[in-house]
Design a protein around this ligand. Structure first.
Ligand code: AMP
Length: 541
């Protein structure tokens, strides 16, 4: 017997129309050079409708990938809705990636157009000739004075909008499983891989951000996403805030802790979210600002240090709300919000619990598995295994099948590359990582790529790069290097050699010379042995 409920596609068009109909009076504030600008959801919605017309006049195909190369702004939010509501696919490009990676990603996704903030144009424009499918580059003037090249491919965002009639109808998406947005992750080995979100996954994920034990986003909230809109849709905060009817405050190009602290205080922000590095930077400023309106500081992307969370609790009365997820998990997969069984615990015990990555969000299933046998392991907080995830907003494969399915189990679960223990309450505790990467300030450094560059030095026999905990950046790379017999090499010489070869923020913070890189039984570098050896290594500050 079938249920007799209406079968309406879950699509982001609902998020747009609901915000437009019910919350037109709510504000959207954006930081910009020399101050801030303020708009309302009503005015923003008209611009989304104009943008829908612009896509058609520019001749974008029905499922065109619409690239964005932007800061967190109201304009970016226009693209966030206009692309998926017209059947196109929002493709947020990570402004921090290397030029080669950006070119690879834009070509792999076959972006037809890229919208770019003027302040970021100098990073993007030199690459556009190599982005073979990009026909148009639309510049969003954010007040920066970056030169705009005289080229027929370049169009001005405001001119296009001014010339376009707002689309007058109701946006509609037939198939809730069609693609709404995509985001490439560099958190795997090899080339970045495309994660493709569907309308259905985006709506269900947004709904969960509204649940009380997740972020509890509500109409009364004022939400400031510090996490970039090119990182897994800013953790779902923009779509969640629109669905709830909350107000939004965007930092724009000025992402300094001082500017963000000022916005948090000035706008009486209630919910904010970002990687630990940003909260680390803001810590010394807490006493200078009235942050009493804040009710939740979401933190994730890297493990949230217990001491950081406690410092906030002591200074402003709220600890971090620790969450874990990945680009592949939309990203909210587990949240470390408090539970009634913790009420009788001491503050110290509760702080320990908050340092864990938390319980699975509703509709998300997590399990830990033995890496060799694939056998599921018990939730006794002792057994550690690979964390695997399943659920309606968890990727089932990468765009165009990249990675050969190795990151997915035979029964369809995502293999996260994180190693965890789980306690009897279902609270995940990450203990290690199988993916060979360093996460610095929320961005990935590939140990393998860095090792290859180091091993290109004629005096280097072999080299291994491991992550060392770092107060500001969470992790930084340490290079462990074996010098060829009869050759000599100093740390400074190696860094000098690497400087033109890798991005500045990839350069190892220290170089340790060792006799041999420890190997596993099958002859691979044993990073685990190295990590144990350098367990309490202190990086130079
Ligand atoms: P990304 O896809 O770049 O968001 O990276 C996802 C990865 O970041 C995860 O697989 C973890 O390795 C790491 N990560 C995310 N959140 C946390 C957290 N709360 N604690 C520890 N590691 C985290």
């Amino acid at each position: 017997m079938l249920g007799l409920m209406q079968d309406r596609p879950l699509s982001l068009t609902h998020v747009f129309h609901r915000a437009e109909r019910l919350f037109g009076h709510k504000r959207i504030v954006t930081g910009q050079a020399g101050g801030e600008r303020e708009t309302t959801i009503a005015d923003w919605a008209v611009r989304v409708r104009r943008l829908a017309t612009v896509f058609d006049t520019l001749g974008l195909s029905a499922d065109a990938r619409v690239g964005t190369f932007c800061w967190n702004t109201d304009r970016h939010l226009e693209l966030y809705l206009a692309a998926p509501c017209t059947g196109r696919v929002l493709h947020t490009l990570n402004i921090r990636l290397f030029p080669e990676q950006l070119v690879y990603i834009a070509n792999h996704a076959e972006d037809e157009i890229v919208f770019v903030d003027r302040s970021l144009l100098p990073l993007l424009w030199p690459l556009v000739d190599q982005m073979t499918t990009v026909r148009t580059v639309v510049v969003i003037d954010d007040g920066a004075d970056a030169a705009i090249p005289d080229d027929p491919r370049i169009r001005d965002y405001e001119e296009l909008l001014a010339a376009a009639e707002p689309f007058a109808g109701t946006f509609h998406i037939d198939d809730e499983n069609s693609a709404a947005a995509m985001c490439y992750t560099s958190g795997t080995t090899g080339n970045p891989k495309g994660v493709v979100y569907s309308h259905r996954s985006a709506v269900l994920h947004s709904l969960v951000t509204l649940t009380a034990d997740a972020f509890g986003l509500a109409e009364r909230d004022i939400v400031l996403p510090v996490v970039p809109m090119f990182h897994a849709n800013a953790w779902g905060l923009p779509y969640g805030a629109l669905l709830a009817g909350a107000e939004l405050v965007f930092p724009g190009p000025n992402m300094t802790p001082a500017a963000i602290a000022e916005q948090l205080a000035r706008h009486r922000v209630t919910v904010t979210g970002g990687v630990p590095t940003i909260w680390m930077g803001m810590r010394p400023l807490l006493a200078q600002h009235d942050l009493s309106a804040l009710r939740a500081i979401l933190c994730g992307g890297s493990a949230v240090p217990r001491a950081l969370s406690e410092a906030y609790r002591e200074a402003i009365g709220i600890p971090m709300l620790h969450a874990w997820g990945m680009t592949e998990t939309s990203p909210i997969a587990s949240i470390s919000s408090g539970r009634s069984h913790q009420d009788a615990w001491t503050e110290d015990e509760r702080a320990d619990a908050r340092a864990r990555q938390g319980q699975p969000a509703p509709l998300v299933d997590l399990r830990i598995a033995d890496p060799e046998s694939g056998q599921e392991l018990p939730w006794d907080d002792e057994a550690t295994g690979e964390l695997q995830a399943a659920g309606p907003w968890i990727a089932r494969e990468y765009y165009r099948g990249e990675g050969g399915g190795t990151q997915f189990t035979e029964d369809g679960w995502l293999r996260t590359g994180d190693v965890a223990a789980v306690d009897r309450w279902g609270y995940v505790r990450l203990v290690d990582r199988t993916k060979d990467l360093v996460k610095s300030g929320g961005e990935w450094i590939s140990s393998v790529d860095l090792e290859n560059e180091i091993m290109a030095h004629p005096a280097v026999e072999e080299a291994a790069v491991i992550a060392i905990p770092h107060e500001k950046w969470t992790e930084r790379p340490l290079a462990c290097v074996v010098v060829k017999e009869g050759r000599s090499l100093t740390g400074e010489e190696l860094i000098e050699f690497l400087t033109p070869r890798v991005a500045k923020w990839w350069l190892p913070d220290a170089v340790e010379f060792i006799d041999e890189v420890p190997k596993t039984s099958v002859g691979k570098f044993s990073k685990r042995t190295l990590r144990e050896k350098f367990g309490d290594y202190t990086l130079p500050s």
